[in-house]
Design a protein around this ligand. Structure first.
Ligand code: ADP
Ligand code: MG
Length: 136
């Protein structure tokens, strides 16, 4: 009856800039998500474009890639029971204005683009996204 999963979280530039990384990671660990691995890095626009290629037809794609490559980020592998959905719940809605009380985006998000965190949205994407940053 268990569904142990791994998912990728990214702490985005707006949150790293405000030194929110430790507080955000505490939210994960307090909610039974284990940090398997993490690292800080600063990706190029080309890498951001590759990471976000599922969004390449969206009007905000170029802005999104510029943003994710605008400063340091922290990429984190989370593991736990239903980790993919649990992380999405802890993050809250994409637009912080619509995020529920207590969620990361409600607490720390600034705007729909500077919304502090990324989280994989499916098992397939979780695998692809973890491999993208943590190649063996
Ligand atoms: P989520 O991050 O909640 O999974 P999406 O996958 O739909 O959201 O979008 C990826 C990222 O693109 C969002 O986190 C947000 O930073 C940005 N984004 C989404 N919609 C918009 C928009 N309408 N305008 C600007 N940026 C957006
Ligand atoms: Mg998404």
């Amino acid at each position: 009856m268990s569904n142990n999963e791994r998912t990728l979280s990214i702490i985005k530039p707006d949150a790293i800039e405000r030194n929110l990384s430790e507080q955000i990671k505490l939210i994960f660990t307090k909610n039974n998500l284990t940090i398997i691995d993490s690292k800080k890095l600063h990706i190029s626009k080309d890498e951001a474009a590759e990471f976000y290629k599922v969004h390449q037809s969206k009007p905000f794609y170029d802005q999104l890639c510029n943003y994710l490559s605008s400063g340091p980020i922290e990429v984190i592998i989370l593991e736990g029971e239903n980790a993919i959905l649990k992380n999405r719940e802890l993050m809250g809605a994409t637009d912080p204005k619509n995020a529920k009380e207590g969620t990361i985006r409600k607490l720390y998000g600034i705007s729909i683009d500077k919304n502090s965190v990324h989280g994989s949205d499916s098992a397939g994407n979780a695998k692809t996204e973890i491999n993208f940053f943590f190649k063996k």
